[in-house]
Design a protein around this ligand. Structure first.
Ligand code: FES
Length: 102
């Protein structure tokens, strides 16, 4: 059922932090960039690398396996074009990080 689900707390996701969370068979990569939380589909569309384990510079995460890069806010691939990693809406309520799930 669609809705927002708590997938982390702010304590688990401090500024500059990342976290991989599994929920209902899906992997989410959570990022905190300067206090702004975002959630990407955590599985790289290239060959399935774990985006939450990638290095983040600015708002760009680099897949640890072969270096594909995505904007953590929009999911846009750095090469442009139509390749866009799915992004989920995020709400913060108190200390809870809530992510919109299908
Ligand atoms: S699996 Fe992510 S770049 Fe290859």
């Amino acid at each position: 059922m669609p809705g927002f689900v708590k997938l982390a707390t702010l304590g688990e996701l401090p500024p500059g932090g990342t976290k991989e969370v599994e929920h209902d068979g899906r992997i989410y990569a959570l990022f905190n960039v300067d206090g702004q939380i975002s959630a990407l589909d955590g599985i790289c569309p290239h060959q399935g690398g774990p985006l939450a384990e990638g290095q983040v510079e600015g708002t760009t995460v680099t897949c640890p396996w072969h270096g594909w890069q995505f904007d953590v806010r929009t999911g846009q691939n750095s090469l442009g074009g139509r390749l866009r990693q799915p992004v989920s809406e995020v709400k913060v309520e108190g200390q809870d990080v809530l992510v919109a799930v299908p």
